[in-house]
Design a binder for this molecule. Structure first.
Ligand code: LLP
Length: 469
């Protein structure tokens, strides 16, 4: 499987939506549905052995449907690929910002991956999921003192981002006598990559990490702190990246910095190349597979170490999107339709920018199928609109679909990463439920927010209770 996979392996039973009637060439590379997707005898889509239409009847819509098999497969691909291509020790940690909830953490923990958390809330979630402190790495460019205290209390590794944090952490760590606090230093590598400017982080003009010009000063400072143990270096260059070269370059730069850090007597033996591997949202997306990406990074690090005669570091990566993005779909119910002659036909669904803010935020492109009409001919190109009071609330601008009618179930694919985690209550719409499906069983991992949930933290000052017109 390692040699032929793309972002996920083609297991042979992956459903590939066929675009038939429009002038859009079908692509053999379409791998947009989760691995367990099938079409049953009723022409209905099922995932994880569960029929989507039935799931919507039972749990209502919009509904996030997470395919456990696809998620586990991606975890194993990362782990197995490092074991295959890297001769030293390795560790893959899940960037839980992609989707943080206890159920997801539990699945990923059981695959023996670690966790990247970026807030007290994500740290709390992983701990509640039972993840061990040695598997948790705490990121963030502006961690509060309370968050740093929480991190030190849990015993996780802190990814130090800037001077304020370094000084605050030194204070917290020296007040608490005991083992030195394990830290890694995040650096801005100055590596450009081609992705949306909001999700690029490695270029020098970035809010994340220490500037490489500060390396000597940081390493000197760290070599004098008994309460901190700097075990490694980290950099992350961006997200949804299709090229391999930037991560290969990053591997080399990190090895260079590791050598420098060791020159200061620091116990730096771990390098973390961040995440960033892209996935296929459309048939024209062409990211390297997980194994190709791991091979490229591993080879770059090994070669760089061999060149200067350094022992291989423990090599870490922290993917988010490429672990969970393709494992989830969002099911919506089709509602109103508006046809504007010579312009667009709008098909509205019962969710939108509150459950998937990516199209309006990054102009992200998604693809959809109609779950209850899987083999119906594709006859039109429509604009799939959300239900929010905002013209920009468009989920898909040009969806090639069969003719839809109210009540149909529209499935938007590859919504596992940065959908639930970026969801909001805009227009006081409750966030959807999420179910995990596996071998014919569906289980709730997140409950739908009710009207009551929406107001339960509202408070009314006494003077407004009394207020009368
Ligand atoms: N490590 C660090 C330090 C990160 O900042 C990120 C993502 C990752 C790892 C994981 O990157 P991934 O493998 O998922 O590409 N909301 C945006 C994506 C923001 C990514 C933020 N950092 C989106 O919806 O595209």
């Amino acid at each position: 499987m390692l040699s032929s996979d793309r972002s996920l392996p083609n297991t042979g039973h992956r459903y590939v939506p066929q675009i038939t009637s429009l002038d859009i060439p079908p692509s053999p590379n379409q791998e947009l549905l989760p691995l367990t997707a099938k079409v049953n005898s009723k022409d209905n889509l099922s995932i994880g052995g569960c029929e989507i239409q039935q799931l919507v009847q039972q749990y209502d819509s919009p509904l996030y449907i997470l395919d456990e098999f696809t998620l586990r497969t991606a975890c194993r691909q990362y782990r197995d690929s490092f074991n295959t291509y890297y001769s030293g020790e390795s560790q893959v940690i899940y960037a839980s910002k992609a989707w943080s909830c206890i159920g997801v953490c539990r699945i990923i923990d059981s695959e023996d991956l670690g966790f990247d958390v970026v807030s007290g809330g994500e740290l709390f979630t992983t701990i509640e999921a039972g993840v061990g402190k040695e598997k948790i790495y705490f990121h963030g460019n502006n961690k509060s003192t309370a968050e740093l205290e929480f991190a030190v209390e849990t015993g996780c590794t802190v990814m130090v981002d800037n001077w304020l944090e370094l000084k605050t952490l030194t204070q917290i760590a020296s007040d608490k006598s005991g083992q030195p606090v394990p830290i890694m230093v995040r650096l801005t590598p100055g590596i450009e990559c081609h992705t949306h400017e909001y999700i690029r982080t490695g270029h020098l003009d970035s809010k994340f990490g220490f500037d490489p010009n500060q390396l000597d000063e940081v390493f000197t400072y760290l070599s004098q702190q008994a309460s901190l143990s700097c075990i490694g270096l980290h950099a992350h260059i961006g997200s949804q990246i299709f090229e391999r070269q930037p991560h290969q370059d990053l591997g080399e730069v990190l090895v260079d910095w590791m050598q420098k850090a060791q020159g200061y007597g620091l116990p730096v033996t771990t390098l973390n190349v961040g995440g960033g591997l892209g996935i296929c949202y459309t048939e024209s997306d062409d990211p390297p597979s997980i194994s190709e990406w791991v091979k490229a990074v591993s080879t770059a690090v090994e070669n760089a170490c061999n060149k200067v005669g350094l022992a291989l570091p423990k090599l870490m990566a922290e993917p988010g999107r490429s672990l969970i993005g393709s494992a989830c779909v969002t099911a919506y119910t089709v509602g109103s339709r508006k046809e504007i002659p010579n312009f667009h036909t709008y098909v509205a669904v019962d969710g939108g920018m509150s459950d998937n803010p990516r199209p309006i935020t990054y102009q992200s492109v998604y693809r959809a199928v109609v779950a209850n009409k899987m083999s119906a001919p594709i006859t039109e190109e429509v604009t799939v609109a959300g239900k929010h009071c905002e013209s920009g609330d468009i989920i898909i601008k040009d969806a090639a679909l069969p003719e839809t009618e109210p009540g149909d179930v529209l499935v938007v694919m590859d919504t596992g990463a940065y959908n639930y985690s970026m969801a909001s209550n805009y227009n006081r719409i409750g966030r959807p439920a999420a179910v995990v499906v596996y071998e014919g069983e569906a289980n709730l991992i997140i409950e739908r927010e009710s009207y009551q949930n929406l107001i339960e933290r509202d408070r009314l000052p006494e003077r407004l209770v009394k207020h009368k017109k």
